[in-house]
Write a protein that binds this ligand. Sequence first.
Ligand SMILES: Cc1cc2nc3c(=O)[nH]c(=O)nc-3n(C[C@H](O)[C@H](O)[C@H](O)COP(=O)(O)OP(=O)(O)OC[C@H]3O[C@@H](n4cnc5c(N)ncnc54)[C@H](O)[C@@H]3O)c2cc1C
Length: 427
Amino acid sequence: MNFFETSRQVTVLGAGMVGVSCALALQAKGWRVTLVDRQGPGQETSGGNAGVLSRSSLLPFNRPGLWQALPQMLLKPGPGLSVRASALGNWPWLWRFLWHARRTSFDTTTVALDGLIQLSGATHRAWLRSAQHHLRETGWLWLYPSDLAFAGSAFAREVLQEFSVATEVLTPKGLHDLEPHVAPHFSHALWIKDAASVSNPQAVVAQYAAQFVAAGGVFQTAHIQSLSQQASGWQWQTHDGNVHWAPNLVLAMGPWSESVLAASQLPSRFKVHMGFERGYHRHFKAVDGVSLGRPLYDTAGAYVLSPMCNEAGESLMRMTTGVELAALDAKANRTQLEAAENAARKIFPMREAVPESDWLGARPTTPDSRPVIGELPGCPGLWLAFGHQHIGFSTGPGTGVLLAELMSSEPTSIDPRPFRPERFEVA
Ligand SMILES: Cc1cc2nc3c(=O)[nH]c(=O)nc-3n(C[C@H](O)[C@H](O)[C@H](O)COP(=O)(O)OP(=O)(O)OC[C@H]3O[C@@H](n4cnc5c(N)ncnc54)[C@H](O)[C@@H]3O)c2cc1C
């Protein structure tokens, strides 16, 4: 194989929304792409999420005001945040994450995420094509139980206004007119209109992967263990002892990216310190004649209820929980799920839980809440695309487009600097 043939050849490791999107975007620029995963596309975090694509997601959790709220959050933990003992072992991430809850960092992050979200929204809509039926352009709702709770969200609303995100404040009557089956327990609702949602996130990732294969892309199953640099290109080793080579690699293994880097001998002083904001979901059978037109976020109960459908096309409700800080592989604890179900049943009619539908995933979060997108310093040909925290399902496509532009040395659609891996170089 000569230089010209290998220079535009790449292997993407990880087939969640981010990896599949990188594969599709690179393929569209003429790259020969192999996509690798230990299982089928979208079987992990990208399959189990709430399926919300929203411009409101430009607001990271570490924002101004977090320090002041912290004592209350720790002394009287609500349903939205549970800190397990195993999370404390990850204190290097924790304190960096808190350190970034400052105005300057917040301003950089919100501008960067807004660009990535808008680029992703346009790309999702272009790619959805034959999966259009999964897309609902109806926005989503944030629900507040009292005037006090609504007043407490003033900062978020101000930021959304600053970014011209379309929203409408609804009275109890307005909420009833929009969602007649939601119980009248809320003094206010914020309808985020610049938002869409999908009815089956896993099916959407699978559809994108099918489009990639149909256009000549190769999908390979392998359990990746580590990476190593060669005189030309990169080797990746698998758990069964096999060794593969590629001139260029994209590491897009979501929550598992950091551990693969740690297991690899790399000539780079890069240390990202990834946090794991774990979250659960449970499915409920829908009541005949009762529907929800859009996902809703009950701010008091700290869960999201999303109308979805399964592979057989049957309607169901997916309830996703708030944040559980814990080690990536810590045992599941269903306390948040049970609390969320109790709260959700009071506001929306649902039948019994779907047997064995409980799921646990981890939002991979960098200290500054911005994903890492770019070439690893000191490692030409090794590109990173991970750390998409709460919004990787929506921002995978924009990540793919940006990465493909960078790898093809083209002008970029958005400013790549806030996402550069260089910000995590250690002295
Ligand atoms: C409860 C919850 C709700 C969420 N709701 C939303 C939402 O509404 N909207 C939104 O945009 N985002 C949401 N998110 C966040 C979103 O799901 C993630 O940011 C996103 O899925 C991350 O995508 P990814 O491709 O980076 O990771 P993943 O989807 O986890 O993909 C990583 C891939 O790497 C593969 N892999 C791992 N290890 C290996 C190995 N050793 N060898 C080979 N392959 C390997 C895995 O099999 C997997 O396919 C939510 C997350 C959670 C937990």
